[in-house]
Design a protein around this ligand. Structure first.
Ligand code: NAI
Length: 702
């Protein structure tokens, strides 16, 4: 079926694109556009052309899968855009929906753009580790100026139709853009046509400042290939003739499209979507109706979770133990909203409305009319079981009971409610109203419609949901545990928190947003230590006497991290500096536990001991069926733990390093460090794939 064809309407040609669902540009559509445009060129009885799309949107981007093809080339599309722009008869784009990527590039080659007032315009390629490859970097600055173009291209953030109009990207807004575009085509026939490539960026006088900013951003993160590419293309747009800019963009684009960084980000793009597909949920299953949300425990997490729901328009009932605790919780919420208002990302009215959507109580029976209740009380199993039992009795039939536990057994909590089918884990990340990730924990008894409802709800509150099975720490914290374990082992062996964090944060190794020690200081050493202590006490956790003793000892000393001004680091005006006390504590604990100290632990060893156990744990998580697919695990780490998207997540990174190499290094550490607890024993799946030359990234259970 053709995806675009030329229609004749009186003296106008209409090039109509029809490629559901979002009119994505792929090889076939480009080919059909070329054919359709050639027919228009040949038919001189037509005085102008309108390009429009059928369905809910104009072209909303390119076919991302096409970039995997080593033969991919932007040349045919770019040549077509040149012919459209060079045409002596007017070509008008009628825009609606989301005009993104190749869609916007097509629109910018037209002489006139008319858009519906709700249209969104953007060049989001950077989010895939790319830059626009069909002259977006050259035409956009010529239309809207270098500054706005740089902003849009370097962040991928779209702009509204009103903004596009004021910036010169849209020429007119109209509720019926197709009708208006036809009028415009008639009006412009025979007149001088405005060709984007012939324009000078309107803010050319300010070019120095924009180019400096782009260059500085690139110098600050020289490992990010996209930054350099964007800086080069902006410089080309400001200083070179269009044809030379075209060549500069092509060079930059071709350098990125086959890069590991872009492959990593494109895979994550697909993985995030695939994570929404849940095996065992039949097509005719209906989600439960969710109108009102309840939160039990309005602390750090409960407050943030309440905001997530209020932000999405849900009325929320908050329950705390005492009026003081409730007041404190509401105070936290008010403070967070005030911060958003101050930063200009929320209006005072909207903040007041959202706070107004929350009602508080110290009586759990206030939750009786809620359709879902999220429990976020302290991480204490006895307390959780007590709350679960009460919720089981109070919540109305069909209401979902969700627990925000970060490590505890969701099945046990579910059993305590007496209605396990309604129970599920919703593991939010701190700060809950900001972090994208939501680990959805599917219990053994969780009903399919409970799971479906929560997955749909996650979308409504703008979270990236990933399903995990029940185990200690689920996907993310289970892997973080082995990372934390090796961190502490290396602290005992003589590495400093700063050295370990430096390796974790260095883009030469991983490039994490924060190393393990900074992270624990920020989250609260007490929070981490309590979890470890409870895990060990339960008999399920490791029983060796030196297991994560540093965090336990810091906790006993009240060195709870940033909030107490001292943890792994000492905090001077909020800035972490090395703590002699922590260094002495590590040496003392090493002596107590008979750990041999070394003067110089190489950075490479630190890197391998942080990453490889996580990869091994990921392989176990896959084998045990805790995660459905490898991509889910990389989504968890990139959207919840500050793992850089350009590295693709721990599993993608492992594949790039080579599983055979990882297994060999694990065997090496088993020898040199000893392996009494099996920490360095490669998971069977890892060893098998290493031997067969397979990749873990591609592994799926379903
Ligand atoms: P928090 O200590 O800040 O808040 C817990 C709140 O629960 C307190 O305000 C307390 O008064 C209230 N509470 C205790 N018993 C209650 C009861 N019977 N009824 C009503 N309210 C009660 O704790 P936080 O950090 O918010 O943690 C809550 C849960 O979220 C825990 O299960 C924790 O493991 C989990 N979690 C925490 C994360 C974090 O970074 N803090 C991240 C992800 C999950």
């Amino acid at each position: 079926m053709t995806q675009a064809k030329l229609l004749r309407e009186g003296d106008l040609g209409i090039l109509r694109i029809d490629n559901p669902p979002v009119n994505a540009l792929g090889e076939q559509l480009v080919g059909d556009l070329i054919d359709g445009f050639a027919q228009f060129e040949a038919d001189t009885s037509l005085i102008g052309l309108v390009i429009e799309c059928v369905g809910r949107t104009f072209v909303a981007g390119g076919d991302i899968a096409a970039f995997e093809n080593p033969e991919f080339s932007a040349i045919p599309m770019n040549a077509l855009l040149g012919r459209i722009e060079g045409c002596s008869r007017p070509v008008v784009a009628a825009l609606h929906g989301t005009v993104l990527g190749g869609g916007l590039e097509l629109a910018m080659a037209c002489h006139v753009r008319v858009a519906h007032p709700q249209t969104i315009f953007g060049l989001p390629e950077i989010l895939l580790g790319l830059i626009p490859g069909s002259l977006g970097t050259q035409r956009l600055p010529r239309l809207v100026g270098l500054e706005l173009a740089y902003q849009m291209i370097s962040t991928g953030k779209p702009i509204s139709a009103a903004h596009a109009l004021s910036a010169g990207l849209a020429d007119a807004l109209d509720d019926l853009p197709g009708v208006a575009a036809r009028t415009m085509a008639h009006d412009c026939a025979g007149a001088d046509l405005r060709r984007t490539s012939e324009l000078t960026p309107p803010d050319i006088g300010n070019a120095g400042a924009v180019l400096d900013a782009a260059r500085r951003a690139s110098d600050k993160a020289p490992w990010l290939l996209t930054r350099r590419a964007v800086a080069d293309c902006m410089a080309a747009a400001a200083t070179l003739p269009f044809a030379e800019g075209e060549a500069a963009e092509a060079r930059a684009f071709n350098g990125l499209v086959h890069s590991t960084q872009s492959r990593a980000q494109r895979r994550l793009f697909f993985a995030e979507r695939e994570a929404q597909k849940i095996p065992g949920l039949s097509g005719d299953l209906r989600p439960r109706n969710i109108q009102r949300v309840g939160i039990v425990g309005v602390g750090t997490m409960g407050g943030g979770i309440a905001m997530c729901f209020a932000n999405a328009g849900f009325p929320v009932t908050l329950v705390e133990t005492t009026p003081e605790a409730l007041e404190r919780g509401r105070g936290l919420i008010a403070k967070a909203y005030a911060g958003s208002v101050k930063r200009g990302i929320l209006s005072a009215e909207a903040a007041a409305e959202r706070e107004g959507a929350m009602t508080g109580s110290t009586d759990m029976s206030a939750l009786a009319d809620c359709d879902i209740v999220v429990e976020a009380v302290f991480e204490d199993m006895k307390l959780k079981l007590d709350v679960a039992q009460k919720l089981g009795a109070i919540c109305k039939p069909g209401a979902i009971i969700a627990t925000n536990t970060s490590t505890l057994d969701v099945d046990q909590i579910a059993a305590a409610t007496g209605r396990a089918a309604d129970v599920i884990g919703t593991h939010f990340f701190s700060p809950a109203h900001i972090m994208k990730l939501l680990e959805v924990v599917r219990g053994a008894q969780t009903a399919p419609d409970t799971l479906l409802t929560v997955m749909k709800l996650a979308k409504r509150i703008a979270k990236t949901a990933v399903v995990s099975g029940v185990c200690y720490g689920f996907i993310g914290n289970r892997m973080a545990e082995v990372y934390g374990r090796e961190n502490e082992a290396m602290l005992l062996e003589g590495a400093s928190p700063a050295q370990i964090d430096g390796v974790a944060q260095s883009p030469d190794f991983i490039g994490l947003a924060m190393g393990p020690n900074r992270m624990l200081d920020m989250a609260g050493v007490d929070v981490g230590a309590r979890t470890v202590i409870e895990w060990i006490a339960s008999g399920e956790g490791p029983q060796e006497p030196n297991y994560r003793v540093v965090c336990q000892a810091l906790f006993q000393r009240g060195q709870n991290g940033q909030k107490t001004g001292h943890g792994y680091y000492l905090y001077n005006d909020g800035k972490p500096v090395p703590s002699n006390a922590t260094a002495a504590l590590c040496a003392q604990l090493a002596a107590e536990h008979g750990v041999t100290r070394r003067d110089n632990i190489p950075d490479q060893e630190i890197f391998e001991r942080l990453l490889f156990p996580m990869v091994n744990e990921a392989a176990l998580i896959l084998e045990e069926g805790i995660a459905y697919r490898a991509g889910d695990i990389d989504v968890v780490w990139t959207s919840g733990y500050g793992f850089p998207a350009w590295q693709g997540g721990p599993i993608f990174m492992a594949d790039e390093i080579g599983l055979d190499r990882i297994v060999a290094r694990m065997d090496h550490y088993a020898q040199v460090l000893g392996n009494p607890h099996g920490y360095w024993t490669p998971a069977p799946l890892l060893r098998k794939l290493a031997e067969s030359g397979g990749r873990l990234s591609d592994w799926k259970r379903v």
